[in-house]
Each structure stands twice: as structure tokens, then as C-alpha cells.
Design a protein around this ligand. Structure first.
Ligand SMILES: *Cc1c(COP(=O)(O)O)cnc(C)c1O
Length: 304
């Protein structure tokens, strides 16, 4: 189905992403749901961040690239994933980090990235907006450096996500996941388009975790897959990384009832949407666990 084989038998093995049926009381789904465990691909390079890096790194290796340069906020799953993948595969990594006063000791994301020897370049919010300018100013004249967009949001990223569909033995009616840049949604939809006739009816429900649903819809339309994707804007909880006590309680209940870590920034919002809007469809619904489990360890959620 795909022109490239998986990177298997190496550090990051997508065969670890098993499909399970779970039925925790907190979900209120009569038959439980299927969950695709992309969080098990690797403890740090988990979920869709490995999917989105896979082909970026494959291209880098084929082209003799010795350094990856990327961008992220101080709590970026993509940043730590890139740092760890680089350390594992012998590629130097650098990240421009949003926030000019930041240090590696400031939080567990920056600390983890620095453990993997990522070079962190803090930049103020203004400078961070011009990513091309930042890259050009430091790396424009360097050879063998690959610039990976924030969040791994490019077509190589979607290409890696596409493969998730080829790992499924049967077609659910709905695949639900947490969505921010829509790269995962587009990759899944492209995977469905390339799959067999049994996937003809399958739809993606992309639960927007921030207030950018219309931007996500535009990207999905531009990718030509809007007939496959529903962007659900009702569960952003006020914006990126915003939560309330109901979401935090739900998050903790889910973790103690399943033994599966989720986080309040991404996966908890999508699961909460399943509980509150898609429970009736739960019999033929698959939740894609997109990883990001470091999120639950953030100070502010510990105190909430
Ligand atoms: C980055 C991330 C997402 C969003 O993925 P997009 O491809 O940007 O939509 C969802 N879940 C987790 C855990 C993430 O880290």
C-alpha cells in the first residue's frame, strides 16, 4: 500500500502500536472503544510525533543530512521527540524555542531535550514568528542541515501518519483523535483514500484542541480530503493547554481506570469528546492515542 517500508527492528518500532478494546466507566460507552496505542511506539518519541518524524528523518538520512533544526514552545512534544530521535540515530539536533528567558532546567520538556543533547536557542515571541528568518540567519549557509517545521507539519509528516491506516485489519466507522495543525487528520484521510473499499465509509473526527478549527478546515480542504474529515470545535476548553476541573477529573479517572496515561492538552480533550458526543457511535469507533504523555507531568497540572 505504501511505497516505503516501515522503519522496524530499529529504535522506533510502530509494531508496538497495538489495538486494544477498553471500557472504563468514565467514558460512558456501552461497548467501550478501540484504542490504537501509538503512545507505545516509544516512551519519549511517542505517538504522532514519531509518525511525523519518520519520513522527515528517512529523507534526512538518504540525503546525508547531519543536523535537524526545528521549532517549538517550551512544552513541545515535537521538540523532545526530535531530540530523542536525533540522539538515537546519530543526528545533531537544534531547536529554536519560543521564550527568550528559557533555560534547560525550567521544565521537564526542556530538561529532557537537553539530556538528549539538543541545542536549545531561546528566542523572543516576536522573533519566533519569523521562522524562515531564524533558520536562514543561523543555518542559511550551512550544508547538510534539514529544517523541520514546528510540530512536524509537512507532507513527509502526513506520509508517516498515512501508514497507521495500513496497520488496521478492519475498518471502523470513525477514527477520533486530538488535532492541532491538522497534519495527523490529513495523513489519516490520505491513508483512507489509499486503502481498500472496506474503508470507503470511514471518517476522521479531528477534535480541535485549540481555537483554530477554521484554519484546520482550510488546510484539510486544500489537501483535498474534506469529505473524510469532521473538525469538531466544541472541545477546545477555551484554548491551547486550557483546562477546567471537569477535564482534569476526567483525565485522572481515565488513567486510573485503564492504566493508560493521557494528557489534558491533547488526548484527554478528544476522549472527553467521545464521552460527551460520540458514545452512541462507540461500537465502531477507534480512538488514536497520539502520545504526548509527558504533558500530564507538568507542574501546573500536578497542582490543579
Ligand atoms: C502534536 C500533537 C497532536 C496534534 O497533532 P497535529 O498533527 O498537529 O494535528 C495531537 N496529540 C498529541 C499528543 C500531540 O503531541
Amino acid at each position: 500500500m505504501n511505497q516505503y517500508p516501515a522503519i522496524t527492528g530499529e529504535v522506533f518500532d510502530t509494531r508496538n502500536s497495538v489495538l486494544q478494546r477498553i471500557n472504563p466507566p468514565c467514558l460512558d460507552c456501552p461497548a467501550g472503544i478501540l484504542i490504537k496505542r501509538d503512545d507505545l511506539i516509544h516512551p519519549i518519541v511517542s505517538g504522532n510525533k514519531w509518525r511525523k518524524l519518520e519520513y522527515n528523518i528517512r529523507n534526512a538520512r538518504q540525503n546525508g543530512v547531519s543536523q535537524l533544526v526545528t521549532f517549538g514552545g517550551a512544552y513541545s512534544n515535537h521538540m523532545v521527540a526530535t531530540a530523542c530521535a536525533g540522539a538515537a540515530l546519530g543526528i545533531k539536533t537544534t531547536a529554536f524555542v519560543r521564550g527568550d528567558e528559557l533555560h534547560a532546567a525550567d521544565n521537564h520538556y526542556l530538561y529532557t531535550a537537553s539530556l538528549f543533547d539538543m541545542e536549545l536557542i531561546p528566542v523572543d515571541r516576536e522573533a519566533y514568528r519569523n521562522k524562515t528568518g531564524l533558520f536562514e540567519s543561523r543555518f542559511g549557509d550551512k550544508k547538510n542541515v534539514l529544517c523541520v517545521p514546528e510540530g512536524g507539519a509537512n507532507q513527509s509528516g502526513a506520509e508517516g501518519v498515512k501508514r497507521i491506516i495500513s496497520e488496521l485489519n478492519s475498518a471502523p466507522d470513525f477514527i477520533v483523535h486530538a488535532s492541532a495543525t491538522a497534519t495527523t487528520a490529513i495523513g489519516l484521510a490520505q491513508g483512507l483514500e489509499a486503502a481498500g473499499p472496506e474503508f470507503r465509509k470511514t471518517k476522521i473526527i479531528a477534535v480541535a484542541v485549540l481555537k483554530n478549527a477554521s484554519e484546520q478546515e482550510t488546510k484539510i480542504r486544500e489537501a483535498g480530503v474534506s469529505h473524510r474529515v469532521i473538525v469538531d470545535a466544541a472541545f477546545d476548553f477555551g484554548g491551547y493547554a486550557k483546562t477546567n476541573s471537569e477535564l482534569m477529573d476526567f483525565c485522572r479517572d481515565f488513567i486510573r481506570q485503564t492504566g493508560i496515561l493521557i494528557d489534558p492538552v491533547y488526548t484527554a480533550k478528544a476522549l472527553y469528546a467521545i464521552k460527551n458526543r460520540y458514545a452512541k457511535q462507540s461500537e465502531s469507533l477507534m480512538f488514536l492515542h497520539t502520545g504526548g504523555t509527558l504533558g500530564i507531568f507538568s507542574d501546573r497540572f500536578r497542582k490543579d
